[in-house]
Design a binder for this molecule. Structure first.
Ligand code: SF4
Length: 223
């Protein structure tokens, strides 16, 4: 299937909705979600496969207006992989210029260097259990700042050990990035992951549960 990546001025939007941020350092905060269509990865546990192809082309200005009209201060650009669309950089900049706090969730396989520096990157490092670890870009990890967040979705102990090795190799704890550890739903108990985190605690590490799945357990979209 041929995928539409939009353009500098048009986005292919899968979903645009208001909810609470379910993860990371802003968990629980009201948030406008802009989910862009398409992703070049195929993580084994992906829960947004509906965003691989489904979406509608919309003018960038129209998306910005809808986000601003919500009155919600925090905006998350997600996917899919939002940065695979050329218009995503312009969307992020326009929202920052309008005074919004903006974060981008990215899979770590795309170049983020052109992203507006006001944007928080939430970099989803691929562990071996995802079957996508070979797509991680080391240069992305080396470019992270203290305002960025790093997420590891962990299926088993091998993934956890991989995550700790990545953190050490790239000095992520020393750089002050939030280090988020999420258990793969149905494969790893949160309590087991918590135990591993407590064995050798890192200052900026935290167990990362998906709040929206606790609040709306039967909803697969729009939360
Ligand atoms: S990077 Fe995200 S959207 Fe893409 S396959 Fe992996 S989990 Fe799914």
């Amino acid at each position: 299937m041929v995928r539409d990546r939009g353009s500098e001025t048009e986005l292919v939007v899968n979903e645009l909705y208001a909810s609470v941020q379910g993860e990371g350092t802003r968990a629980g905060q009201p948030c406008m979600f802009v989910r862009l269509t398409g992703c070049g990865l195929r993580c084994r546990w992906c829960d947004t496969a509906y965003a691989f192809y489904e979406g509608q082309r919309r003018p960038l200005d129209e998306v910005v207006s809808e986000v601003l009209a919500s009155g919600i201060e925090f905006v998350l650009l997600t996917g899919g992989e939002p940065l695979e669309q050329p218009g995503c950089l312009n969307l992020a900049k326009a929202l920052c210029d309008a005074g919004r706090t903006v974060a981008v969730e990215t899979g770590g396989h795309v170049d983020t260097s052109a992203l507006d520096p006001r944007v928080t990157r939430i970099l989803d490092v691929k562990c071996p259990g995802s079957k996508m670890a070979k797509r991680n870009r080391p240069e992305e990890l080396d470019s992270l700042r203290a305002t960025d967040e790093v997420k590891f979705v962990v299926a088993d102990r091998a993934d956890f050990d991989f995550a700790r090795e990545v953190i050490a190799r790239h000095g992520l704890a020393e750089r002050g990035c939030a280090l988020l550890f999420s258990p793969v739903h149905g494969e790893l108990e949160p309590a087991e992951l918590a135990t591993w985190l407590l064995e050798d605690p890192l200052p900026s590490a935290r167990l990362n549960l998906q709040l929206h799945k606790l609040i709306w357990p039967r909803a697969e979209r729009g939360v």
